[in-house]
Design a protein. Structure first.
Length: 210
């Protein structure tokens, strides 16, 4: 079996399984990259299973992974890592999981167990929340992975590489204290660079380091 080339061309040969993480902000092309890797695994005649957090239902609905440019592949919607474990096809050689930041901490154990059983595990997720802080289990997944690709979008304000998710509530930057996951709320997101990212704090004095 070829090693965790990560779709980037290089790679090294390993006997068993491994974990690949595709991290980055929204619009950075994580779903596109996950779809590309899944398609290539299918061309290589690997048995592939795709899961995604049910929390993300943009565009194609819950039974698809969709990229912002409308590319899609079928996916099994799940609410937890345990649900993935229950639905794993024992013959699957490649397990892909999109929107991994929404899953509970069990996803780290699950990915590790699958890799130890010889599976290639591909996880895509937003590694920082709207505050620019680590999101869910993404930091742990990035630590245990053999390969991590951190993708960038384009800052909608200045055109620089974007590494932050700007949350807007009614068109205004969302305050630091607003909840990380707002299901069904009228919020929207933009890709921004660090310099253009705005997160107002109630207590503006706190956090001054220098
Ligand atoms: P992710 O899964 O990381 O949210 P997607 O794969 O769904 O990303 O979408 C990436 C696509 O989004 C790009 O190929 C591009 O067509 C589109 N896009 C829209 N806004 C931006 C932006 N600000 N920066 C980069 N790509 C963007
Ligand atoms: Zn910018």
């Amino acid at each position: 079996m070829s090693g965790p080339a990560g779709g980037t061309g290089g790679g090294f040969a390993v006997a068993g399984g491994w974990i690949e993480v595709i991290a980055g902000v929204m619009f950075s092309g994580k779903s596109e990259e996950l779809i590309r890797r899944v398609r290539r695994a299918t061309i290589a005649r690997k048995r592939v299973q795709v899961f995604k957090s049910r929390l993300d239902d943009r565009y194609a609905g819950v039974f698809m992974v969709a990229s912002h440019d409308q590319r899609t592949i079928e996916a099994i919607p799940v609410d937890s890592a345990a649900q993935i474990a229950q639905r794993i096809d024992p013959t699957a050689q490649v397990i892909a999981i999109d929107e991994a930041q929404f899953l509970d901490a069990g996803v780290v154990r699950l990915a590790t167990a699958l890799a130890e059983r010889g599976r290639r595990v591909i996880l895509a997720g937003t590694d920082t929340d709207f505050r620019g802080e680590p999101f869910g289990s993404m930091p742990q997944l990035m630590a245990v992975a053999e390969v991590v690709d951190k993708l960038h979008a384009i800052c909608v304000l200045c055109g620089a590489p974007a590494s932050r998710n700007q949350r807007l509530l009614d068109g205004q930057p969302a305050p630091y204290e607003s909840p990380t996951i707002l299901v069904g709320a009228a919020d929207s997101y933009e890709a921004r660079c660090r310099a253009c990212h705005v997160v107002p704090r109630r207590d503006a004095a706190q956090g001054s380091l220098f």
